[in-house]
Design a protein around this ligand. Structure first.
Ligand code: IMP
Length: 432
């Protein structure tokens, strides 16, 4: 039975939410495996428009079990707010299960994320300011607090008092900030634990049962591979592994179980935050890509920041596909290119006269690479109501085929608009 990993394959915001919502219909278990509320999916379906940050997009399907896996870092207050918004819209949330191993984002993580960013000045990363990096750092330093700890008064008290002493020293002495109260934080987080208690559990048996019963499973990615802590544009990355290795690690599903790895790419490229972006453009073509004035403008779902935009970068895309074993491409937002007379694709880089077909390592080299472009003719007609590949304009078919060729994988899904049905299913990953 299909176990499909759907991973963002650029710098995040590739339109994964739309596809997860669509594919959740085919899955019986959806697992979110990494990141935190730095992610944001906008889901448009028959129930309305929703912005999800932590809850898997399978929540809209009454028969699907939704798991927030051990690899996620959770801001419990944000999660409770998200649950309440869904409940107010009449969506059942009883099938949401939160791993008791997942780490908790504490108030000092958020403070330190923001203080560290402002102290970096020009060199800032452009984080979402949600405490993601400091929470993962504490997890690795083995001083993190896990969701299970929120359910045990004594454990929470002792772990929090040990860590808070050090955090308060950093906050007050290094950053001149106010200390955090142990008592208030303890009570608040115990309260969050009580509110979420019905959802917090050891998710391993749930996952194993689904695999043993050969239920279709979807691993829902957040962020994108180019923000990967090891393989991304370091240090302008997030603090988790958003790719397929992270999917297995962060869910507890063995790599050998996966049947398909779908990489989600926009038909062009966007990025929020700082960092290298070789194919970034400005001017009238950028304005088309940004879609300002439409509800789908290129604005970050989580932070509301304007996204940087540029041409499709096949160097980065091929790299993402190679390190993740992507076997199917999902190309989103093809319709955004409908009014472009000519479309560029970056097929290689030049660095100091040398041809590169893989990304350089350092930021300084990255800023110096010159993209080598191939120009393809646009199709200058609307694709928003097309539902079959063969009905796309000839130039759009050629563009898609060329992307597949350059990246080295077959195209499985194409989206031509934000609604669930604005999708061309070339090959359903659940049917492989
Ligand atoms: P952090 O994950 O908040 O630490 O941010 C680190 C970098 O990753 C920043 O450039 C963010 O803009 C970027 N980032 C984190 N999450 C997302 C996402 O879901 N979509 C796009 N960019 C993201």
């Amino acid at each position: 039975m299909a176990v499909v990993a759907l991973i963002g394959a650029q710098w995040g915001d590739e339109g994964k939410g739309h596809l997860v919502d669509l594919l959740a219909d085919r899955a019986r278990l959806v697992v979110r495996y990494g990141g935190g509320n730095n992610a944001g999916h906008t889901v448009v379906n028959h129930l309305g428009t929703f912005k999800l940050h932590l809850i898997p997009s399978g929540i809209f399907d009454a028969d699907t079990i939704n798991v927030i896996g051990p690899g996620v870092v959770i801001n419990p207050e944000a999660l409770i707010n998200e649950l309440n918004t869904l409940k107010t819209s009449g969506i059942a949330t009883g099938r949401l299960f939160i791993s008791d191993r997942a780490h908790v984002i504490m108030p000092y993580h958020i403070m330190l994320d923001q203080l560290q960013e402002s102290s970096l000045g020009e060199g800032k990363i452009g984080t979402t300011g949600r405490g993601i990096g400091p929470a993962y750092a504490d997890k690795m330093s083995r001083i993190g607090i896990r969701m299970a700890d929120l359910l045990h008064e004594e454990t929470l008290q002792s772990r929090l008092s040990a860590v808070l002493e050090e955090k308060n020293r950093i906050l007050t002495r290094l950053y001149n900030a106010k200390p955090i109260s142990l008592h208030d934080t303890y009570l608040r987080y115990l309260g969050f634990g009580r509110q979420l208690a019905a959802h917090i559990t050891n998710v391993h048996p749930l996952i194993i049962r689904a695999l043993e019963q050969e239920q279709p499973v979807l691993l829902e990615g957040a962020q994108g591979v180019l923000l990967d802590i090891d393989h991304g544009t370091y240090p302008y990355v997030t603090s988790s592994p958003p790719g397929v290795a992270g999917a297995c690690q962060g869910s507890g599903i063995a790599p050998s179980r996966l049947t398909s790895i779908v990489g989600v790419f926009k038909a062009y490229t966007t990025r929020v935050g700082e960092g290298p972006f070789p194919t970034e453009i400005d001017g009238p073509e950028a304005a088309i890509l940004r879609q300002i004035g439409t509800p789908w403008a290129e604005v970050g779902t989580t932070t509301g920041r304007l996204r940087r935009v540029g041409w499709f970068d096949a160097v980065m895309a091929r790299y993402a596909a190679q390190i993740n074993g992507i076997d199917r491409l999902a190309i989103t937002k093809l319709d955004v290119l409908d009014t472009m007379p000519m479309i560029r694709v970056c097929t290689g880089y030049q660095l100091d006269g040398i041809h590169l077909d893989y990304p350089p390592t350092t930021t300084s080299d990255f800023y110096r690479v010159k993209p080598i472009y191939e120009a393809l003719p646009g199709w200058m007609s609307s694709t928003t109501s097309v539902r079959r590949f063969q009905d796309l304009p000839r130039q759009a078919q050629a563009y898609i085929d060329r992307l597949g060729q350059l990246v080295g994988a077959e195209v499985g899904i194409i989206s031509v608009g934000p609604a669930r049905d604005q999708t061309i299913m070339v090959q359903d990953p659940f049917a492989i």
